[in-house]
Design a protein around this ligand. Structure first.
Ligand SMILES: CCCCCC(=O)/C=C/C=C\C/C=C\C/C=C\CCCC(=O)O
Ligand SMILES: [Fe+2]
Length: 630
């Protein structure tokens, strides 16, 4: 009994419209009403209908819809349906939002629930797959075509990605260093302070840690007592740092077109100067090995080419661990585990589903593409990197086996690495601010709206199953590495959700955006090394050139790093999801406070950067995508 205004909102993507007809029902506590309307949803349009119903539906529970085709079957992307109810005894019209944000396929009946009601609705289809043993599980799709339609790129993204892939390959050979940072890298890459800077604020800020003792692998040969004294002095005053690439030790190097490539597993020791500069003190390219001579130590006082070649070796190792461990594993593949578990365990009505799902947009497809063309047999890694040909998968396996929960919770990770309180560590500063904003302004706000206390969390069986699914299934039993198997409190839940969102947005931004800046000038971080690491200090320019990648290998490096760090057209920024999953003023207020704080941070970073020789921009909120899409 009453008047119902109904609005159907269709997505604005290519092919979002449908030539099929759509039938709607309103379902209330007491009865349901089939609306006498059949319409053809139009792209980017809102269609409004008004109906007067004689029957008493009672409080509205859900909306049913059915797409009916006559000749042509096509999919329809429904954003949401909004219903305004004004019943006779109601003073004000009541607005109820029924989010959909999926492709409506086939002619089955679909139910859309409002977030005002606690109900179970359908779980979206997604199954696990073991792509390679020892790695996190993935979505079950051999190629992107096997993915559920809702996980696919929309047409504009697909056209842009495939076009960019072709354009990258075609134009990489003629790349002119016209961008500011690549040009600066080309000028300054040989300088020690520029080398050190990259470990704090470059493409890979994840390898550096403050030393708490001299690393056992650093065997100081007789005659180098002065070096030992200098290292100990820096250690005592807390100014000694290290980047250790031991994870690469023993990895089989690639063979490319019949030519053997070479790989090292370096250690670099740094000192932090009072002005915040990080300077390398010594480089050891291989760990000591019993039965072999003690590995040489390379020093800034060595002949300039010798020292330069040692630094190039470090940067080659850094590129490998950056792309495989920090970027691919610890952002892309982790986000995919969270996404598949979310689709499997949380209903579309669940508040945590609604909180998280915008942070997984396009991740399954970009990861599936990585598995078919980047790390696949014959893929980019096999073609041009010294870890390709299977070594890259062993690195991923080793990195998975030692991946801890604390290392994904950035405030813990940075504290464990001794990186707090360093004014020149811009990445660290921005990470801590962003983590806090995501935690206190966004996650806590939404969680506290839906869970009134710890008991609500403990009693939420869907949520607890989701947690177990991630740790025990997706990560193959990661509880021994600190991942939770249950949430006992709202605080534990908020911490975990912050980690999921941070990983899928800010951390990916920090490890992805710098690729083009720092890797376009190939000598600064070559993708492969074609000669063995030096074992003496006699290094010639010919040796350096013979070690560097070939032209086609360099071209592919330039093309790939451009493709994977270019600004994405139609990107969705952190805090500005396109979908309106939550209705109600409280949730909207949470989102606006989150946006306000992101804005404040934006201004802070811009002001800070104005006074810097090299601005650090990868964690500017205006550059952080809401999910991993590239
Ligand atoms: C050769 C130098 C490094 C190349 C960049 C790299 O290794 C990046 C790795 C980390 C994560 C990338 C994740 C997804 C990329 C997805 C697809 C790439 C598809 C490439 C293609 O289709 O050509
Ligand atoms: Fe990426």
């Amino acid at each position: 009994m009453g008047r119902y205004r109904v609005r159907v909102d269709t997505g604005n993507f290519v092919f979002a419209a449908s030539a099929n007809q759509v039938q709607l029902w309103l379902v209330g506590h007491h009865s349901e009403a089939k609306l006498g309307l059949w319409f053809h949803p139009a792209r980017g349009q809102m269609e409004d209908f008004e109906v007067d119903l004689k029957e008493d539906l009672g409080p509205l529970l859900f909306v049913k819809l059915q797409k009916i085709h006559l000749l042509l079957k096509d999919a329809w992307f429904c954003n949401h349906i909004t219903v305004w109810v004004s019943e006779k005894n109601m003073e004000e019209e009541q607005e109820i939002l029924f989010p959909c944000y999926r492709w409506v396929q086939g002619d089955g009946i679909i139910c859309l629930f409002s977030d005002l009601l606690i109900f179970h609705s359908m779980v979206l289809p997604s199954s696990w797959n073991t792509w390679r043993k020892g790695l996190p599980l993935t979505v079950d799709a051999m190629t992107e075509k096997d993915l559920p339609l809702d996980m696919r790129f929309h047409e504009d993204k697909k056209i842009d990605f495939v076009g960019a892939e072709l354009q990258g390959i075609e134009s990489s050979g003629s790349y002119d260093l016209s961008l500011l940072l690549p040009e600066r890298v080309c000028e300054s890459w040989k300088d020690d302070d520029f080398f050190g800077y990259q470990f704090l604020n470059g493409a890979n800020p994840t390898m550096l840690r403050r030393s708490t003792s001299l690393p056992t692998r650093l065997v100081i040969p007789p005659g180098a007592e002065e070096l030992q004294t200098q290292l100990e002095r820096k250690l005592q005053v807390g100014c000694l740092f290290e980047a250790d690439f031991s994870l690469l030790d023993g990895i089989q190097p690639n063979v490319i077109q019949g030519e053997r490539q070479y790989l090292a597993a370096p250690l670099v020791m740094f000192k932090m100067e009072p002005d915040g500069k990080l300077l390398p003190m010594v480089i050891q390219l291989q760990p000591p090995c019993s039965g072999s001579p003690v590995p040489p130590l390379f020093l800034p006082s060595d002949p300039s080419l010798t020292w330069l070649l040692a630094k190039i070796w470090v940067k080659n190792s850094d590129l490998q661990l950056h792309e495989l461990q920090a970027h691919l594993l610890k952002t892309h593949l982790m986000a995919e585990v969270f996404a598949v578990a979310t689709m499997r365990c949380l209903s579309g009505m669940h508040p945590i589903f609604k909180l998280l799902v915008p942070h997984f947009r396009y991740t399954m497809e970009i990861n599936t593409r990585a598995r078919t063309s980047l790390i696949s047999e014959g893929g980019i890694f096999d073609q041009v990197t010294n870890t390709g040909g299977g070594g890259h998968l062993d690195i991923l396996r080793r990195a998975t086996a030692c991946l801890t929960y604390r290392s994904l919770c950035l405030p813990n990770d940075l504290a464990d690495r001794g990186l707090l309180g360093i004014p020149s560590a811009l990445y660290v500063h921005d990470v801590l601010r962003l983590w806090d904003i995501i935690f206190s302004r966004y996650v806590q706000g939404i969680v506290h709206l839906h869970y009134s206390g710890d008991k609500d969390v403990q009693d939420d069986s869907e949520l607890q199953a989701w947690c177990r699914e991630i740790t025990e299934i997706g990560l193959g039993g990661a509880q021994d590495r600190g991942f939770p198997v249950s949430f006992k409190s709202r605080a534990e839940l908020c911490h975990f959700l912050t980690m999921c969102i941070f990983t899928s947005s800010a951390q990916h931004s920090a490890v992805s955006q710098g690729q083009q800046d720092w890797y376009t000038w190939v000598p600064n971080a070559p993708d492969t090394m074609r000669q063995p690491p030096p074992t003496t200090k006699d290094v010639t320019l010919e040796m350096v050139m013979a070690t560097m990648p070939k032209v086609y290998q360099s071209c592919l490096q330039i093309a790939m790093t451009w493709l994977l760090s270019r600004v994405q057209p139609n990107r969705v920024l952190l805090g500005y999801p396109k979908e309106e999953y939550f209705s109600g003023p409280e949730s909207k207020a949470v989102l606006s406070r989150f946006q306000e704080d992101l804005d404040i941070l934006e201004r802070e970073i811009v002001a800070r950067n104005e006074g810097l020789d090299l601005p650090y921009e990868y964690l500017l909120p205006s550059r952080i995508e809401n999910s991993i899409t590239i």
